[in-house]
Design a protein around this ligand. Sequence first.
Ligand SMILES: [Fe+2]
Ligand SMILES: [Fe+2]
Length: 182
Amino acid sequence: MKDKLKKTLKPKRYQHSMGVAKTAKKLAVRFGADADKAYLAGMLHDCAKLPDMKDQLKLAAKYGMEFDEITARCPAVIHAPLGARHAREEYGVDDVEILDAIEFHTVGRADMTLMDKIIYVADMIEPTRDFRGVGKLRRLAGKNIDDAFIACLKESIEHNAKKESVIHPNTLEAWNYMMLHR
Ligand SMILES: [Fe+2]
Ligand SMILES: [Fe+2]
């Protein structure tokens, strides 16, 4: 799997993927999820993030996938649902917990599972990530997965709002769910 992944992704993306795998495994041990599944989900979460967007769209067409309007207009998020399908077809993953964590790692969803949250958070804090505020996210992830997840969602919503980009309704659903159920 690693060889295949290495061949299809840019070196930096591959390095990021392995960082997410290791971070996700640590978080799984810390918060009581299946560490092997977390490692695999982390490793494959960006498996459909092919360097050329045209190749991602070709892959989506091959699988007969259609996207909602907002996803279609944010090409950067297509690789997540596409990745779940690709992990199943190309890497032989059939575990729903893993496939869901891949599918929702970019925009989130309401009522995310522990595995979903682990991959979402690991994606933002793995060792090669370097942005203002990442230290705070890492500290939160050392203590409480929900606090870390909320802080990561906030980071994503603020980032998109500042850029005046659209915010996917799933992200807002994830946010509202956490505000109502924390
Ligand atoms: Fe991603
Ligand atoms: Fe990623």
